[in-house]
Design a protein around this ligand. Structure first.
Ligand SMILES: NC(=O)c1ccc[n+]([C@@H]2O[C@H](COP(=O)([O-])OP(=O)(O)OC[C@H]3O[C@@H](n4cnc5c(N)ncnc54)[C@H](O)[C@@H]3O)[C@@H](O)[C@H]2O)c1
Length: 252
């Protein structure tokens, strides 16, 4: 089934984890994909894995206004417009909240929340022109359920969720859909290195409470990519202004 044939989709965070898996899945379903990330090496690997002439790659720092605008206009120029934007770029930095520096706080908010805003703002004119544009933003279960040592991250993802609801309401009459992906623990660059991203004396018992209810442990990023492919397709034509949680029942 190629339900995304000729759809023009920009994916950030495309050099690793969920963003990369999403790029590969969208290509497999027939889309043209602009893969964007701050990591040149990771983008090269994604391009090699894709082995497709329907992928273009774009270096972007989503937290930088000019860089975000430049990546969106390059992708739109390449494809002659945009039908969907998937904001998967993100970072996790953990800290005890009383020790969280302003620098850490600003960096996490700057990439996860401000980056989502900057990419979306730049893409909106193209998505509205398409008549049935879609924005898929990456929130997290940390926005809705207690995740210790992640105050900055959780706050950024709560902000993303609220931002997405505003978009869905503001532009719904113009055909735009906006949806929050809400993953739980998924194997990726973030989770595979979580030991390095958390404080040295982390209480892992607290974090392990977030394990999936389903068997098999933490799944691969393709579990999320398939849902993103559905959300940018016409199968999700009546889904907007909501959260889609993919966590194997870790938060019930
Ligand atoms: N993996 C999980 O368990 C999980 C759970 C909930 C939400 N998420 C969210 O899913 C999204 C994808 O993350 P992932 O888990 O695949 O992690 P990942 O580390 O594998 O991928 C994140 C990608 O974002 C890129 N990136 C970081 N800062 C950037 C910047 N300033 N500009 C452009 N690109 C930048 C990185 O280079 C990397 O390629 C993130 O928004 C993350 O917060 C992940």
């Amino acid at each position: 089934m190629e339900r995304l044939t000729d759809r023009r989709i920009l994916v950030t965070g495309a050099a690793s984890g969920i963003g990369r898996a999403t790029v590969l899945r969208l290509l497999a379903e027939g889309a043209r994909v602009a893969a964007a990330d701050v990591s040149d090496d990771g983008l090269k690997e994604t391009e090699a894995l894709a082995g497709s002439d329907r992928i273009t790659t774009h270096r972007v720092d989503v937290s930088d206004e000019a860089s975000a605008a430049g990546a969106v206009s390059a992708a739109a120029a390449e494809f002659g417009g945009l039908d969907a934007l998937v904001n998967a770029a993100g970072i996790l930095r953990g800290a005890h909240t009383h020790e969280c520096s302003l620098e850490l706080w600003n960096r996490v908010i700057g990439v996860n929340l401000t980056g989502t805003f900057l990419m979306t703002r730049a893409a909106l004119p193209h998505l509205l022109e398409s008549g049935s544009g879609v924005v898929v933003n990456f929130s997290s279960t940390s926005a809705f359920f207690a995740h210790p040592f992640m105050a900055a991250y959780s706050a950024s993802k709560g902000g993303v969720a609220s931002f997405t609801h505003s978009l869905a309401q503001e532009y719904g009459k113009r055909g735009l859909r906006a949806v929050n992906m809400v993953p739980g623990g998924i194997s990726s660059g973030i989770t595979d290195n979580i030991g390095d991203l958390m404080p040295a004396d982390t209480d892992w018992e607290l974090l392990l409470k977030l394990s999936p209810a389903l068997p098999g442990g933490i799944p691969g990023p393709e579990k999320v990519a398939g849902v993103v492919a559905m959300l940018v397709s016409d199968d999700a034509a009546f889904i907007t202004g909501t959260e889609i949680r993919v966590d194997g029942g870790a938060h019930q």
